[in-house]
Design a binder for this molecule. Sequence first.
Ligand SMILES: C[S@@+](CC[C@H](N)C(=O)[O-])C[C@H]1O[C@@H](n2cnc3c(N)ncnc32)[C@H](O)[C@@H]1O
Length: 246
Amino acid sequence: MADYADPYAVSGQFIDIMIAGWWSHFGGAVAEAVRAMPAGDAPLLDAGAGGGWGTRLLARTLPSARILAVEPSPVLRAVLLSRIAADDDLRTRVTVDGDDLLSARLPDRLGGVVAANLIGHFAPEERDRLWRDLAGRLVPGGFALVNLAPPVEPARVERAPMSRVEVGSRTYLGWAEAEPAGGDRITWHMTYEVHEGDRLVSRDEVHYDWWTLTARRLAAETAAHGLTTQPHGPTEAGLFTVATSP
Ligand SMILES: C[S@@+](CC[C@H](N)C(=O)[O-])C[C@H]1O[C@@H](n2cnc3c(N)ncnc32)[C@H](O)[C@@H]1O
């Protein structure tokens, strides 16, 4: 954890409100998969939980489940922890951990994992560790749900608006563009602006690397650890279940 470089140190203040659109589009498909997770003795994991959209969905969908929400970014973890602590049900069932996923102390057994909008943060050798770890912890019938965000192969992404959120008298705008950065990586260039009427209140530019991953490669690298992938939900969601083989 000591050498974890937080790519959300600046943008974390905007991520939770701007990612809400993804959850309103695809939360239904995520919930449909989550309903099949065995929520018995083994807890569920929200990996890279951000401000807790996935955590709350897990709790809502499986009301007896215990949940571990791992979120290494302090700014996003503050949003997450406040949400959990403010809700009497969530605070009895959800534990928040601040390690990055590769160094977090995870429970020996997991009933299921939600890893939403996360996997591009991991290099191929890190993913290999994740799949091996997952294969060793999932209970029978348990699975992870991951999404592959476009582009799934390195490509230039022209600058385009990503989100627009009105809060009070201010408008929060996000733009995204990307370019290939060598190998399977791209670099995202994000711009976050806050406007009030004609006045630009603030502008932040953020750049971070992201590892692209195709469905075929996901299937191959998880199969190396005895895991099976299946697409889930609408194609645009890019969702896949990753399960131990029957
Ligand atoms: C785009 S946000 C998605 C947040 C949340 N999963 C959602 O969909 O609303 C990516 C999240 O992954 C987290 N993250 C990045 N690298 C991570 C790592 N190595 N271990 C755990 N989480 C990580 C970030 O801090 C951030 O919260």
